[in-house]
Design a protein around this ligand. Structure first.
Ligand SMILES: Nc1nc2c(ncn2[C@@H]2O[C@H](COP(=O)(O)OP(=O)(O)O)[C@@H](O)[C@H]2O)c(=O)[nH]1
Ligand SMILES: [Mg+2]
Length: 263
């Protein structure tokens, strides 16, 4: 029997998704109603310039489980997710992209793997042998090269850190998210590297990916930026040892700030 007390929080970052957001919320609601766990869906609109926010709040009455928050200006997906931590009340948290490339019905598979593997985190992976993915060769090559890079740099037991379907025990997020600085282009990696460093177990799940947009949003500029942010995480992890000395750095910054205030 399901333990009906276990509540699932879904965090859906959304930036200029007006064309899709209603469909995404409805699909997610339908999927989670059919699972039978209590759930909540937190949509984090991030200064969209279209009417993503207006379309999302129009569904508040229909779905009491829906929470919609808006940032006045665009701060990036990572920071929006970090902010969502204030609203999460579930025992488990699913990160789910708003574009529905990955259907929320796949949550159950991730949840089963979490219990079978006794994992703290389960991430969807495009490179899993059982994944059914339909995306351009160019992006497959980028994914694979990026995997090699992070394997060499961090020895992370993950093949694909970038996929928009990830399940966490909420307590893991409460421990790890406050530690991450949120490099805009490598937020997922920074989160996973820190979770791994703290000893949390990460498992991978096969996914079915159905790209809904005919164009990808990543270009050469964001590839370069992702590479640089990845190296910045390496530098902080192994050279600066920032994440191990985070309390020291926090105290130092506080001292600097109070010094500035006294002057
Ligand atoms: N809150 C927030 N969400 C974003 C931002 N950029 C992208 N997203 C959302 O993050 C998800 C993934 O973005 P997408 O452009 O599809 O990236 P891709 O799947 O890696 O090509 C989607 O749900 C977007 O709406 C942002 O700056 N802020
Ligand atoms: Mg996408």
């Amino acid at each position: 029997m399901k333990n009906l007390k276990e509540k699932i929080s879904i965090v859906m970052p959304a930036y200029n998704e007006a064309g899709r957001i209603v469909f995404s919320i409805e699909e997610t609601a339908q999927a989670f109603n059919s699972f039978g766990y209590p759930w909540e869906l937190i949509v984090m609109d991030d200064g969209s310039t279209d009417d993503t926010y207006e379309k999302a709040i129009a569904l508040l009455e229909k779905y009491p489980q829906l929470i919609v928050r808006r940032n006045p200006a665009n701060m990036g997906k990572g920071r929006a997710i970090k902010k969502a931590l204030h609203y999460i009340t579930g025992d488990y948290t699913l990160f789910l992209d708003a574009d529905m490339d990955l259907h929320p019905i796949q949550f159950q598979a991730l949840f089963d793997i979490m219990r079978l593997d006794k994992a703290d985190i389960v991430i969807g992976s495009k490179l899993h042998p059982n994944s059914i993915v339909n995306y351009p060769l160019q992006r497959k090559i980028i994914s694979f090269v990026y995997y090699l890079l992070i394997r060499i740099l961090f020895n992370l037991p993950c093949h694909d850190t970038q996929t928009g379907l990830k399940l966490f025990k909420t307590e893991v997020l409460r421990n790890v998210l406050p530690r991450v600085l949120v490099k805009q282009f490598a937020f997922d990696l920074e989160l996973l590297v820190n979770a791994h460093h703290l000893g949390y177990k990460i498992a991978e799940a096969p996914i079915i990916l159905n790209p809904q947009r005919s164009y990808g949003r990543i270009g050469p500029k964001s590839i370069l930026a992702t590479g640089l942010d990845t190296l910045a995480i390496f530098y902080r992890m192994y050279i600066l040892r920032y994440y191990d000395r985070i309390d020291y750095y926090r105290r130092k910054n506080l001292a600097k700030e109070s010094g500035r205030m006294r002057r």
